[in-house]
Design a protein around this ligand. Sequence first.
Ligand code: COA
Length: 258
Amino acid sequence: MYTTLLIQTENNICIISINRPEKLNALNKTVINELSAAIDEVYINGDIRSAIITGAGQKSFVAGADISEFLQLDSAQGEELARRGQQMVFAKIENSPKPIVAAVNGFALGGGCELALACHFIYASENAKFGQPEVNLGLIPGYGGTQRLTQVVGRNKAMELLISGNMITAKEAMEYGMVNKVVTQEELLQKTKEILMIIQSKAPLAISKAIECVNNFDHTQRGYDFEIKKFGECFNTDDMKEGAAAFLEKRKPGFSGR
Ligand code: COA
């Protein structure tokens, strides 16, 4: 059904591989449309409890938006490209109630770096490279990179990456706080699946509320009030009653996701 994605679900983990290795998995219009549909499926399919986004091949996660689609665009069309991608893919990934983790297996440049940053966290292989090289093309990021990168690594590091176009290694990206774990390329998918299996053993509604709270981070009272509201909502769930009862009865909880 997809022409630019490979999709495989195992142990309730949906593995979405962007599959244009001959173009280093660059994000053209079809990839954006298909990613949007694949993320919708993650939201609605009850058999899917989490997802991994990765790139096909050994060399690249995603080497950016497809530059061959840029030359004919005017300013309004450029805006539309960014708005569509942000709404259809990047915001949907970030706001997914189910965890979506990036397994970055090579170049994560431009839109690829932005795609990884939109995921809930990032595992990377040793050969991964991160960067926002848009300034080389007379561009800036349009899929949320100036905002998410600044939030993740802070103003000065984000500024340097964004205005130099320099690439950093997986190890440097980990030091910057962009990447949670660096492993060999052979281990990458397995290690990503392992952390998702741990996450999938927890209460699904609590997971989605924790994601919502982190996404609504606000150092003012609004952030704390949001957390209070979500905490209260947990008490309406069967999972909270089951989790607390199981602890008190010294048994493993059986969460229903209700
Ligand atoms: N858009 C469209 N095509 C891309 C692409 C992109 N973002 N990134 C790579 N490709 C294509 C190349 O044009 C090439 O296609 P061809 O074989 O038909 O000529 C193919 O993918 C392989 O890339 P190539 O540049 O030959 O590989 P490399 O190992 O020499 O260099 C990179 C790898 C990632 C450093 C280089 O491809 C690159 O700089 N890509 C663009 C990164 C970028 O600016 N991204 C932000 C876009 S907004």
